[in-house]
Design a binder for this molecule. Structure first.
Ligand SMILES: [Zn+2]
Length: 198
């Protein structure tokens, strides 16, 4: 059974998209769903976040099916991961740029998280580094994917994140997700195993 961790200092944040109006019909967007409700550990603090998805309230509007997300919430951590992207990037930098050993990285991250009352296991450092490497690979693949880049351009979007991990599952089930953002909505147009569109 998955153990539920508790942390001594947790701040609560509610995230909603920056957009307020439907770009098609100009109606005020309304909360349509809770996209995620989870705890994320960043170097700055432990955050209990609720990420609300918004949609145009008019079912007849051509933009009704588009879900608007918070860029800030999406940027905190990869889907399903407890540790924030800042922790992933720190681990990657310490390993590849500063050539630290896994034990040295573990001690550094432990020290950075200690004020938050968070203890990270050595094996999680290995997992975070693996995540970092997958990010690098996915970013490189995305740059090569002309069909997908064409789709991004067509939609007037920009790439805001690339990720490639389904945490907690075996390596054989790992997927590569390319995320794209366009006019406030996030698409997940390509995965190696399944499609997800929100
Ligand atoms: Zn609308």
């Amino acid at each position: 059974m998955k153990r539920c961790r508790t942390y001594p200092q947790v701040s609560r944040h509610w995230y909603r998209p920056n957009e307020h109006q439907c770009p098609v019909c100009q109606r005020t967007l309304r909360q349509a769903m809770t996209l995620t409700r989870r705890t994320v550990i960043t170097l700055e603090g432990v955050i209990r976040l609720i990420h609300a998805g918004y949609r145009c309230p008019d079912a007849q509007c051509a933009g009704h099916r588009r879900t608007y997300r918070s860029v800030q919430a999406d940027a905190l951590a990869l889907p399903g991961m407890t540790y924030g992207l800042d922790v992933v990037l720190l681990v990657g930098r310490l390993r590849l740029r500063e050539h630290c050993t896994v034990d040295e990285i573990h001690q550094e991250v432990l020290a950075r998280l200690a004020p938050l009352g968070v203890k990270i296991a050595r094996r999680e450092i290995l997992y975070l580094f693996e995540t970092y490497c997958t990010l690098l690979r996915a970013a490189s693949e995305a740059k090569e994917d002309q069909q997908w880049l064409g789709q991004v351009e067509k939609n007037g979007g920009i790439i805001v994140s690339v990720d490639g991990i389904q945490p907690g599952v075996a390596a054989t089930r790992r997927s590569t997700w390319y995320a794209m953002r366009s006019r406030g909505a996030c698409w997940w147009p390509r995965t190696s195993r399944h499609r997800r569109r929100q």
